[in-house]
Design a protein around this ligand. Structure first.
Ligand code: SF4
Length: 440
């Protein structure tokens, strides 16, 4: 058997794509390698979100070049492929700069890898495919292979929002939603393979508008309702959402759909209207707060998560204070916060009034202190309560297992053969990042 090693950078959508690449290459005889050293093919599934992303990939390619030469000295071959957003953005330039690459595919063309591998094994040379035929990709992918208990399922890709700091509209293309029938079929296959929880993915997942065979357009809420009919599927989640696309149906689904978990990741980025406008987020702070109020009215126990960028160009002390005020008002369970960093080619990268690193560091520290207090308070509030946990893997200690609550708390418990079960537990204590429990 040949061996495949896929290194994933970046977001959950890339993790989904990496799993699909493995599915795609399994019929060609590729099983999982432990690392590049024992692999016949290495795929770097890249991400363009972080600064200097391309440089990190080039540095990794330098390491792979040495490994490939060593292997060639032993008469062993190794294919090197680059996939993902950096491949999309760099294209031909990448093949010229890093001759170690045999295959280069964008996020919408990795389904062509088997045919490209066949092509270069017949004719030699290199193969590059980096256009945007999203429709074709999902049709061409095979059924999903084994995924454990919680699986990602991409339902929507691309983005038309053009936030001024973000490269996604340039690397992933325009918004595209998969037809509901295709999503439901993939979900059923995952559940038949043992999956109990599905996380629906999309760059703007709540902008999902899948066109069904009868020509009707389905919202994300309707899709979740249909997925909830799959008997052995216990939990549905979705990420990442845009505040502007949080429609009434989806808010109501948090009240009406028992399988939709009470957790919402809704990035706000800033609490200042001036900065939200400069970011081209297309909503104000009060719109966000109103949406949060509606979601909480529909599902009072919902846990909220968000993304924040501090030190966006032009952010004044008062703008930053508006972010702190919004955080104090909402009270988040879990968050991701970053200093603004330039992404080449985006409007904000060329904006005047860039903020100094010192100020960015101070603001990030202050924000993260507040967010951590809120996260601790959220976890403390769970102590003494009973909640259902989906146990996913063994813990570090003997007889210990780790799972997730409906609110995404990582929860530990001791027991026998808990993996795959959803069981009620009583929360007895909190550690730094998780909860300790006993089986009820
Ligand atoms: S909505 Fe999200 S993916 Fe789209 S441009 Fe804004 S940050 Fe990027």
């Amino acid at each position: 058997m040949k061996k495949l090693f896929v290194k994933t950078y970046g977001c959950q959508m890339n993790a989904y794509d990496s799993a699909r690449i493995a599915d795609l290459l399994a019929p060609l005889g590729y099983g999982a390698a432990v690392g590049p050293e024992d692999a016949d093919m290495v795929v770097l599934n890249t991400c363009h979100i972080r600064e200097k992303a391309a440089e990190k990939v080039y540095s990794e390619l330098g390491t792979l070049r040495v490994l490939k030469e060593e292997k060639a000295g032993r008469g062993e071959a190794m294919l090197v492929a680059v996939a993902g957003c950096v491949a999309q953005a760099e294209g031909e330039l990448m093949l010229r700069r890093a001759p170690v690459i045999d295959l280069l595919v964008g996020p919408q063309t990795y389904h062509r890898l088997p045919e490209m591998i066949a092509r270069i094994s017949r004719a030699g040379g290199k193969a590059l495919e980096a256009d945007f035929p999203a429709l074709e990709k999902f049709d061409a992918l095979p059924d999903a292979g084994a995924r454990g208990l919680s699986a990602f399922l991409t339902v929507q890709e691309g983005c038309d929002k053009f936030c001024s700091f973000c490269v996604v509209p340039y690397t992933r293309g325009a918004e595209y939603s998969r037809p509901p029938e295709a999503v439901i079929a993939e979900a059923k296959a995952l559940v038949a393979g043992g999956v109990r929880e599905i996380v629906l993915l999309g760059q703007n997942v709540n902008a999902y508008r899948g066109e069904a065979g009868d020509g009707k357009s389905w919202s994300l809420a309707r899709l979740c309702e249909a997925l909830a009919q799959i008997d052995d599927l216990a939990r549905i989640r979705y990420t990442t959402s845009h505040p502007r696309d949080m429609d009434d149906d989806l808010i109501a689904a948090h009240r009406d759909n028992d399988k939709l978990m009470p957790f919402l990741h809704l990035p706000v980025q800033s609490g200042s209207d001036a900065i939200l406008a400069a970011m081209n987020r297309q909503h104000r702070a009060e719109d966000y707060l109103r949406t949060i109020g509606q979601v909480r009215a529909a599902r009072p126990d919902i846990a909220l998560s968000s993304d924040f960028i501090v030190g966006f160009p032009g952010e004044s002390d008062a703008d930053f204070e508006a972010t702190m005020a919004l955080v104090r008002q909402v009270k988040f369970a879990q968050t991701f916060s970053f200093k603004y960093s330039k992404r080449p080619g985006t409007p904000a990268a060329a904006a005047p009034k860039q903020i100094s690193e010192g100020v960015k560091n101070e603001r990030l520290q202050a924000l993260q202190k507040l967010l951590l207090e809120q996260q601790d308070a959220f976890n403390d509030a769970a102590i003494g309560s009973t909640m259902d946990v989906l146990f996913e893997k063994p813990g570090r200690g003997r007889g210990q297992f780790v799972g997730r609550s409906p609110w995404l708390h990582p929860v530990h418990a001791e027991g026998k053969e808990l993996i795959g079960k959803i069981l009620p537990v009583k929360i007895i204590a909190r550690t730094a990042n998780s909860l300790k429990s006993v089986l009820e």
